[in-house]
Design a protein around this ligand. Structure first.
Ligand code: PEP
Ligand code: MN
Length: 339
């Protein structure tokens, strides 16, 4: 941490701030400038008490952190790309996965038809929401346990791995009994108690970026999972909230590139929730891949027009080969292999 003092701070006030730094367990190094005096606080910011409290002292102009708020997620900690398994299927370090399926599991026919179409296109990881976080309480909330049973049936029948969302701590046990990859949705990105509970299960977790979380907050949320017992964390960029209304969210492709540079974790792109409409899903997926994503999670439904949630953005599952034919060459060009 660097503590910048206000101009013309008296020697006595500098000494008082330095004493506070010592009291918090750091070694203060005073650097006298022409205008400003700064104090470098030497010590591990991750294991010491926060120096940000010094911001409240009259003599202090600014407190500037030098270390990042995350460690285990960082490339400094683990320089190589991490590869992890979703059931029997790898993602990261050159392995690319397209995860696809309906937004919500609605009934047996709808879900199994989607799985049949998608597996025919080579999809090995199927998505499907059993518990849905909906903006309105009057909207379809998901089939719940019946949806989990359908996920289990798809696994048994097609040998796929499945990813589904955990919306609350009371669901952790039953969802993790079926899911190969546990999804934390955008609305829960910073629900730290849920993150801790989900991490303790030990299964891989896909952490979606919150609609209004900075990249640092998103990666720090991933750090919660890592330090609480989940070694396999996948980050997912799904669009953030901006002033723009032409798309549902603004896909932050820069965040994909930053997350790839800053962390060793696989990063996936969710073009569906960023796009909000079908015609934009493929271009956004390709943009995410070009920015360095290790996978895509995309919504596909056998009858999108009549979908009970996110109807406008779901790809028709019987035409999923069109999506795959566009994605495969770009993934190959970037030196990764699909599946
Ligand atoms: C979803 O994947 O269906 C979903 C609700 O996504 P998000 O949390 O990104 O809104
Ligand atoms: Mn959805």
């Amino acid at each position: 941490m660097i503590i910048v003092l206000k101009p013309h701070t008296s020697d006595q006030a500098v000494a008082e701030v330095a004493q506070h730094v010592t009291d918090l367990g750091y070694t203060p190094r005073i650097i006298q400038g022409v205008e400003h005096t700064v104090i470098a606080a030497v010590g591990d910011e991750l294991s010491h008490r926060s120096l940000e409290t010094l911001q409240g002292l009259d003599a202090v102009a600014n407190v500037v952190p030098i270390q990042k708020r995350y460690k285990v997620a960082s490339r400094e900690y683990h320089p190589a790309d991490s590869c992890m398994m979703i059931g029997p299927y790898p993602i990261g370090a050159g392995h690319f996965q397209v995860m696809a399926g309906p937004c919500a599991i609605e009934n047996h026919k709808q879900f199994m038809t989607a799985v049949k179409h998608l597996t025919a296109c080579g999809i090995r990881v199927i998505r499907g929401g059993a518990y849905k976080p909906r903006t309105s309480p009057y909207d379809f909330q998901g089939l719940g346990e019946e949806g989990l049973e359908l996920l289990a049936e798809a696994k048994a029948e097609y040998g796929v791995a499945v990813v589904t969302e955990i919306v609350g701590v009371t669901h952790v046990e039953k969802v993790s009994a079926v899911a190969d990859l546990l999804q934390i949705g955008a609305r829960n990105c910073q629900n730290y108690h849920l993150l801790e509970c989900v991490a303790q299960v030990g299964k891989p977790v896909m952490l979606k970026r919150g609609m209004a979380t900075t990249i640092e907050e998103w990666i720090s949320a991933g750090e919660y999972l890592l330090v609480n017992g989940c070694p396999n964390v996948i980050l997912c960029e799904r669009g953030i909230r901006t002033f723009e209304t032409a798309t549902r969210g603004t896909l932050d492709v820069g965040a994909i590139a930053v997350a790839k540079q800053e962390t060793h974790l696989p990063v996936v792109v969710d073009p569906s929730h960023a796009a909000g409409k079908r015609s934009l899903v493929l271009p956004l997926a390709l943009a995410g891949v070009a920015a360095g994503a290790d996978g895509i999670i995309v919504e596909a439904h056998p009858d999108p027009v009549n979908a009970l949630s996110d109807a406008a953005q779901q790809w028709p599952s019987d035409q999923f080969s069109v999506f795959m034919e566009a994605v495969r060459p770009l993934v190959a060009l970037l030196g990764k292999s699909v599946g």
